[in-house]
Design a protein around this ligand. Structure first.
Ligand code: PHE
Length: 340
């Protein structure tokens, strides 16, 4: 084989090998095979010496072209490897994508905030049970035996082999009774919990919801204490400049009874969607604990007096967030829940 033929064969080989280089290691063995002092190209240069003088220009030119091609192509391959290693697939300068975090349900968050405010005012948390008996849900709360609230229409009764007075509590006032039966005054309790009423489910009402009850029993507790407590709470929870309105009302277990309204925290009394254009928001039902209730629960009404209040938690969540369908809080739609 003449040197020229060798150079042509080597060109074919180099062209093929260059294309097959797929790693830094492969590039290196290419370089060691062809481009170093003991490589194939240098061997050809040495072979030139034996070429006839008149053939030298032609063979030398072919060899120079081959060297230029091999070195040029190799430089390109090397450059592309360098680019790859200096731009890693992971850009560590990008801001991190944090883990997707869950959150407490808005109802739980609201109960937590309410409890925090009342406990900071000296109330302690008490809990009862969802399944109650008639005495704790109604009887000891001064509901007459024929009071309409005991009606099958409102109350879910539980089928029980030998009792007909087992039910799902219709309000957290049952916990008041349990607390008064088991604690000695002074009593200062806040009682969050789930309650049940046999009502049609619609945008305004559910058959299962939450209430928070408050109870304070001590010597000489008056309506002024009730007013002061509710106003201090509402100014912290809703609006520090709130105004209040106490309307007379009726509950069997309180006397006198009232409903407490607050100037709308959004429109400050001007009238808006949240307060249904009245300027006022109802915040709770309340009253002085009825003497009959105190004595039913073993507390002497001549020695002690107290106040109680209660309100629905879902209504608070709806009001604060301008939501007009209570069912949204129970559908577990992530598009709703992820906003809290
Ligand atoms: N239990 C009452 C209700 O469910 C609320 C209430 C509690 C009213 C305590 C007065 C005192 O509507």
């Amino acid at each position: 084989m003449t040197l020229l033929e060798q150079i042509t064969a080597l060109r074919t080989e180099i062209e093929l090998e260059i294309q097959l280089i797929d790693s830094v290691e492969a590039a290196d063995s290419f370089r060691l095979k062809h481009l170093v002092k003991k490589g194939t190209l240098q061997a050809c240069v040495e072979g030139l010496r034996a070429v006839a003088r008149e053939d030298k220009p032609l063979v030398g030119k072919a060899l120079n072209e081959l060297r230029a091609m091999a070195e040029g192509a190799f430089a390109l391959v090397q450059e592309s490897f360098e680019r790859q290693s200096s731009t890693p697939a992971i850009d560590v300068t990008l801001p991190a994508r944090g883990p997707r975090r869950g959150a407490l349900h808005p109802i739980t968050q609201t109960i937590d905030r309410l409890v925090e405010i009342f406990t900071s005012m000296g109330f302690e948390v008490a809990e009862g049970t969802d399944v109650e008996d008639d005495a704790h849900n109604f009887g000891k709360l001064n509901f007459a035996p024929d009071h309409p609230a005991r009606d099958m229409q409102d109350t879910f009764f539980i089928e029980h082999a030998d009792r007909s007075d087992v039910l799902l509590r219709t309000h957290t006032s049952s916990v008041q009774v349990r607390v008064m039966e088991s604690m000695k005054p002074p009593i200062r309790c806040i009682m969050p919990g789930r309650v049940y009423r046999n009502e049609a489910v619609n945008a305004r009402s559910l058959a299962e919801f939450h209430q928070i009850e408050g109870l304070y029993i001590a010597k000489g507790v008056s309506m002024a204490d009730l007013k002061g407590t509710i106003m201090a709470f509402a100014r912290r929870f809703y609006d520090e400049n709130a105004e209040f309105r106490f309307r007379t009302s009726y509950f069997p277990f309180t006397e006198p009874s009232c409903e407490i309204d607050m100037s709308c925290f959004l429109c400050k009394g001007e009238g808006c969607r949240i307060c249904k254009h009245s300027g006022w928001l109802e915040i709770c039902g309340a009253g002085m604990v009825h003497p009959n209730v105190l004595s039913e629960c073993g507390i002497d009404p001549n020695e002690y007096s107290g106040f109680a209040f209660g309100f629905g938690v879902e209504r608070v969540v709806l009001m604060l967030n301008g939501i007009d369908d209570i069912r949204l809080l129970y559908e577990n739609d992530i598009r709703v829940l992820s906003q809290f």
